[in-house]
Design a protein around this ligand. Structure first.
Ligand SMILES: Cc1cc2nc3c(=O)[nH]c(=O)nc-3n(C[C@H](O)[C@H](O)[C@H](O)COP(=O)(O)OP(=O)(O)OC[C@H]3O[C@@H](n4cnc5c(N)ncnc54)[C@H](O)[C@@H]3O)c2cc1C
Length: 1012
């Protein structure tokens, strides 16, 4: 698999030159005319094709680039799943009036499209809430028509769905397939449903697949098959859960394969997101190794996505595997259905590249390249799933000497394949989704995206003015476009050259090797930071890991007041030198530091995971955030510290600039031992403030290692001091220091208030930036997708064992979907892995210390009915299981519980406004989530709630520096937001200098610049 691993992020130009072109060019050149001519014929025939299904035209009319297309897609995604009339009406009222339906009415258009547009326009007027329409007549109309309108729209969406869904159940699917008049077509039934979140869901999907195989096998002369999604069979179908996949998912696969063999039904495992690819191949290898498949069975297959750079290597690997075990396999070559998701993930996680091509023509060319590899294989039966005329024509010519089949999706591509109506040797399998609307929505959205995407061949074909010869172009004709308007690499998405921090792709084998090995190496290394000769052993403290109480991570000797006084003296002496240190050099140090952090992921993760109990993923995110802080603040500083000339009367020069204030104290918490420690420290340093950094005792070792890197990056040793010690012992002394100018604190509200009281005694008014906790809520109404809500809530509440100030503490669920959400949430919590933080499979580890453990436990004791999955008995640390507590009102919540504890509470949709006011009354204002498809609901929440960071239809944690500046109000903090544009200026003094240039001899500038 080495070649597969190595090609994930390969440069696409290199891949084009070294692999694709040498393979396809000879054949392409030799058959160019024939391929071109057949492509043109297919297109011409497709253009003549009169679709029987007018909804195709409707989809085309409202393409995704139009506002109305987006409205339709939104309705299609949400309307059918909403259980209650009120929310359904809200969604309709919200969406329909925003469209310009009238513009789509035109007598040249299909009658159905026109009628639909008229209906939408009319509906838009009925539900229009603008004053102009709030007449008695319209109100009356609205009342009369609402049920009708709702029913009509529901039916409309249902019909839209039916365009893509073959049948509601497998019996109906088989009987419909048997009635298909053309014997050259057979079917692959796709049992709708994907990404099970819970084991009961996975069991339901598994039963469906079994039933599908049994029913299809009963009378299968046609050779129909079943398509299977592995994500539906197991909720944790993820590479870092390999062991569990081998124990739980593999047996399900084996059972289905054996059943399929027994019933003589072909099966194909669909291709899903790129990070699942190697895992799926490992499972397949295991199936081959265990010789599950009998040599006579020729029905085992998998889908390979040609938009992935690794697809060629995957085919070569499969060919090799088949030869090794003398076993055939079917490969369905698709281009891939998750392109936009792959791009977003790579950007968010700062990967070194994209796993998919970023130019459509490269995907097309790679499809041809892969088809050559399939052509060369004697063991693979090729199945080409495409609706692209050029791809089809090319394959038709390449495979003149070899058996293969085409595949198409039900409800798409009929026009494309109509050219082959009279070809006897033509074979085509129709991918036929089967199921009810409950499981349909993600599939439907993918199809709508595919039909509406600008680059989609089908979309281009259906454009009224599309040009046949352009459509028939070979993708080779576009190779000059390779550098045109490139998508920025994931590292380069930020403006002005600021690098996105490098992410580590934990689905990649090389990284799994590195980070998976940390367990052993790290535990054998204790980190000792006891500096100095004469330290009595009685003052040396062993720091134990919260996730393994028997493990001493390192030894530390805390500073006392004498050491603190020395540190302060050193800083104060250096203060003016540092203030006048050139800004570009201060920035350079920050950038060097960012690079060093990037180069030291492994040791830092090892230490931070052990000391703070953070999982590998959380540690990596913590370091990435620190890196982003360095680069963001240095970029901000370069802009802020310029001398700005201000406009004014002639004869004066007016300048404005910022300068560091002097001495700063930064106090950081243990829950982000790297990001917050670094963020607060470098913000001050880049402003020219000499800084004393006091990290939480619990994360002293991590802070020490990070600080060493900062010195290595070039920070003059006198510009900053790292003070390890107990806050209550050393901080009052610093807070009283006459040179102190800034205090930046992140931690509990109680400590913030103590600091504030201390500062009140100071002769000066000291600037205090405090970022404190949150009692954060996430509201989800019944238009939201429950699976998405649950996924986001689980991340927001239980990642980092809930020890984030942004974590979701209270989930407010509209009562109509409360029971369903509660059920799914419990199921998803059951699937979380609680364990040692250095195990890649761990989702959640221990809480930080005994005190935290006791505080959380005492809260839990008030709720004997709480829901908690069982923990493995082998764990030896401050482990608390993910916990769910049902509450009946927000008033029950009075304080933040800093741990993996989520409270869930139902609400009624008509109480939304008062719910938001209730959130405000909690007094905190840090993060808030809203899951809804209804803009008016989102607007009510965002306008009413006084909260610093609002997240819509996503999780509520993991704010990105410069993208989601972070910080709250009320009990949650003072602002300015960390990682935001206002942060640095709060740490500086402003200077305004006005120079009367006429004082020395008059206004020469004026006199010399004026002409007659
Ligand atoms: C029978 C059948 C089974 C399928 N099974 C699967 C499956 O298991 N897994 C799966 O993922 N998909 C599957 N698909 C969906 C398939 O991936 C889509 O149909 C495909 O997106 C359309 O390809 P095309 O050749 O018909 O269209 P075309 O319009 O020629 O190509 C569209 C492709 O180009 C890609 N693309 C668009 N813009 C860019 C860009 N800027 N850079 C690079 N690439 C770009 C799109 O993502 C898409 O993959 C299946 C399709 C069929 C017909």
């Amino acid at each position: 698999m080495e070649a597969i691993f190595n090609s994930k992020y390969i440069d696409q130009k290199i891949f084009l030159d070294q692999h694709i072109l040498p393979t396809i060019q000879p054949f392409h050149t030799q058959h160019a005319d024939l391929i071109q001519s057949l492509t043109t014929k297919i297109i011409l025939k497709a253009k003549e094709y009169k679709t029987k299904n007018p909804f195709e035209k409707l989809i085309h009319e409202y393409d995704l680039s139009s506002k109305e297309g987006v409205v339709l897609m939104c309705l299609a995604e949400a309307l059918l799943r909403i259980p209650d009339v009120t929310t359904m009406n809200q969604l309709i009222e919200d969406k329909i009036p925003t469209g310009q339906w009238k513009e789509h009415i035109n007598k040249q258009k299909d009658i159905f499209v026109n009628l639909s547009s008229i209906a939408f326009m009319f509906s838009g007027k009925i539900v229009d809430r603008s004053e102009e329409h709030e007449t008695i007549f319209h109100n009356l109309m609205k009342k009369m028509s609402e049920p009708m309108l709702r029913t009509a729209l529901k039916q409309g969406i249902n019909i839209l769905a039916k365009q893509f869904v073959f049948a509601e159940n497998i019996s109906a699917a088989n009987s419909q397939a048997s009635k298909h008049a053309d014997a050259r077509f057979n079917f692959s039934f796709d049992m709708l449903g994907e990404a099970a979140l819970t084991l009961p869901d996975a069991r339901r999907y598994f039963d469906n697949y079994q039933q599908a195989i049994l029913t299809t096998g009963q009378n299968n002369q046609r050779g129909n098959s079943i398509s299977i999604k592995l994500s539906a069979l197991y909720p944790r179908y993820e590479r870092n859960q390999l062991d569990r996949c081998l124990t739980h998912l593999l047996p399900s696969m084996v059972t289905l394969i054996e059943l399929a063999m027994k019933n003589n039904v072909d099966i194909c495992f669909d291709a899903e997101e790129a990070d699942r690819l190697t895992l799926s191949l490992m499972l397949i290898e295991e199936i081959f190794k265990r010789k599950i498949i009998t040599p006579t069975y020729r029905g085992f297959g998998i889908a390979v996505q040609a938009y992935q750079k690794r697809s060629g290597a995957v085919i070569q690997w499969l060919d090799q595997l088949c030869r090794q075990y003398d076993q055939p396999i079917n490969v369905r070559l698709v281009k891939g259905a998750y392109w936009d998701t792959e791009i977003k993930i790579a950007q968010e996680l700062g990967f070194e590249g994209y796993p998919v091509f970023t130019k459509k023509f490269l995907t097309d060319l790679n499809y041809l390249y892969c088809s050559h590899l399939l052509h060369e294989s004697s063991k693979i039966f090729p199945q080409f799933a495409t609706h692209n005329a050029f791809s089809i024509s090319y394959i038709h010519h390449l495979f003149q000497d070899k058996e293969f089949e085409f595949q198409k999706l039900h409800g798409m591509g009929d026009e494309i394949y109509s050219y082959f109506a009279s070809h006897d040797h033509f074979r085509c399998r129709v991918y036929a989704p089967v199921g009810g609307y409950n499981d349909l929505l993600p599939y439907l959205v993918r199809r709508l995206l595919e039909n509406g995407a600008n680059t989609s061949f089908i979309h281009q074909l259906k454009k009224e003015n599309s040009n046949v010869s352009e459509l028939a172009h070979s993708p080779l004709q576009k190779i000059d476009h390779i550098n045109q308007t490139p998508l920025p690499s994931p590292r380069a998405i930020f403006p002005d050259g600021r690098l996105n921090s490098l992410g580590v792709d934990l689905s990649e084998e090389s990284n799994i090797q590195i980070f998976g090995a940390l367990t052993k190496s790290a535990t054998s290394n204790a980190f000792n930071i006891v500096e100095g000769q004469d330290i009595p052993s009685s003052t040396i403290i062993d720091l134990c890991s919260p996730s393994n109480l028997t493990q001493v991570v390192g030894k530390v000797h805390y500073a006392d007041q004498a050491i603190t006084a020395l540190a302060l003296e050193k800083l104060v002496m250096y203060s003016s030198t540092w203030q006048n240190y050139p800004v570009d050099q201060r920035c350079r140090i920050l950038n060097n530091f960012a690079d060093l952090l990037e180069q030291n992921y492994e040791p830092l993760v090892a230490l931070c995971a052990q000391e703070a109990g953070k999982t590998i993923k959380d540690c990596l995110a913590d370091i990435r955030e620190a890196i982003d802080f360095c680069r963001y603040y240095s970029q901000q500083a370069e802009r802020l510290f310029q001398i700005n000339s201000l406009p004014g009367p002639t004869g004066e020069i007016n300048e404005y600039t910022l300068k560091g204030k002097g001495l700063s104290l930064v106090i950081s918490p243990w829950n982000f031992p790297i990001a917050i420690f670094v963020g607060q420290l470098v913000a001050n340093l880049v402003c020219g403030n000499v800084t004393i950094a006091k990290p939480a005792e619990q994360s002293s070792l991590t802070a020490y290692q990070v600080f060493r890197l900062l010195l290595k990056a070039g920070l003059p040793a006198n510009a900053a001091s790292l003070l390890l010690g107990r806050g209550e012992e050393v901080c009052p002394f610093i807070l009283a220091h006459p040179s102190l100018e800034n205090v930046v604190f992140t931690g509990s509200l109680e400590t913030a208030k103590i600091i504030q009281r201390n500062l009140a005694q100071h002769p000066k008014v000291i600037n205090l930036i405090a970022e404190t906790g949150g009692l954060n809520c996430l509201i989800a109404d019944s238009s939201a997708l429950t699976e998405q809500v649950v996924r986001d809530v689980v991340q927001s509440s239980f990642n980092s064992a809930g020890q984030r100030c942004s974590a979701c503490r209270i989930l407010l669920i509209e009562e109509n979907v409360y029971a369903k959400t509660l059920d799914m949430l419990k199921g998803a919590m059951d699937c979380l892995v609680v364990g040692h933080p250095l195990e890649l499979k761990t989702d959640m580890s221990a809480v930080i210390d005994q005190e935290a453990f006791d505080t959380i436990q005492s809260h839990l004791q008030q709720y004997p009915q709480r829901y908690q999955p069982l923990l493995p008995s082998s764990l030896q640390g401050y482990y608390i299981p993910p916990t769910l507590i049902e509450i009946s009102s927000l008033e029950q919540m009075t304080r933040e519980v800093f741990g993996p504890v989520l409270h869930i509470c139902p609400y009624q949709s008509h109480n939304l406004k008062s719910l938001c006011e209730g959130i405000n009354q909690l007094g905190f204002g840090l993060t808030l989530g809203i899951h809804s498809r209804i803009d008016s609901v989102i607007n009510t929440v965002t306008k009413t709630c006084k909260v610093g960071n609002i997240y819509i239809n996503r999780n509520i944690v993991g704010a990105v520096v410069g993208v989601q500046p972070f910080g709250g109000q009320g009990f949650s903090g003072t602002g300015p937001k960390a990682g935001g544009p206002e942060y640095l200026s709060r740490l500086c003094h402003e200077y305004s200098v006005s120079n009367n240039t006429t004082a020395m001899g008059g206004n020469a500038t004026l006199l010399t610049s004026i002409t007659d």
